[in-house]
Structures are given as structure tokens and as C-alpha cells.
Design a protein around this ligand. Structure first.
Ligand code: FES
Length: 102
């Protein structure tokens, strides 16, 4: 089911940074990579719920600020030997506005 929701203007997400969007109880981190790609993940690390929006973005990944797990922004999966996955959301950017499919 599609529920495209306008979340932020692209220019308001810093390169290699993020913005947090709240939808009800849900907190979603919107990331922008160096190449300008945009990804949206549930704002909680699959390890111990570290705040991923405060992590370091590199390539298409973010490193959790708590214990340095590396999470793939494309599918929310922990990388390397770590196992776990956080929910991710489809993203569209239209005319400078970021939408996510909640
Ligand atoms: S909570 Fe993210 S690495 Fe531990």
C-alpha cells in the first residue's frame, strides 16, 4: 500500500547528514549521502536502539554512534559480522521535496 508523505525539503538535509521526521510514535531518520542519494530508516539501530540519525554517513551506510555497527542505508541491514535489520522506507524526491512511503 502506498502512503507517500511529504517529509522535508531536500536542501534542508545536509550532505552526509540527516533530518528526523516523526509520524505518530514512529521516528524516521532521513539521510543524504555525499552523492546526494536520500534514504529513510527507522531511527533506531537494530543492536540496542542507538539513534542512527546521530551516526556518521559514509557511502550508502551509516555508523551507529553507540557501538559502531554499520547499517546499510539501502535495506537497513547490519553489515559485517553483525546481524539485525532496521525498517527502511521507500523515498522519492520530486521538485526538491522528499517524500517517504510510510
Ligand atoms: S546500538 Fe547501534 S551499535 Fe549498538
Amino acid at each position: 500500500m502506498s502512503n507517500w508523505t511529504q517529509v522535508v525539503e531536500l536542501e534542508n538535509i545536509p550532505l552526509l547528514g540527516s533530518r528526523v521526521f516523526r509520524s505518530g510514535e514512529q521516528e524516521i531518520a532521513i539521510f543524504r549521502t555525499r552523492e546526494g542519494r536520500v534514504f529513510a530508516l527507522h531511527n533506531a539501530c537494530p543492536h540496542q536502539r542507538g539513534v542512527l540519525s546521530e551516526g556518521i554517513v559514509h557511502g550508502n551506510r551509516v555508523t551507529c554512534p553507540l557501538h559502531n555497527w554499520v547499517i546499510n542505508l539501502e535495506d537497513g541491514e547490519a553489515q559485517g559480522a553483525d546481524e539485525g535489520q532496521t525498517a527502511c522506507f521507500e523515498v522519492q524526491v520530486r521538485q526538491g521535496i522528499v517524500y517517504i512511503n510510510l
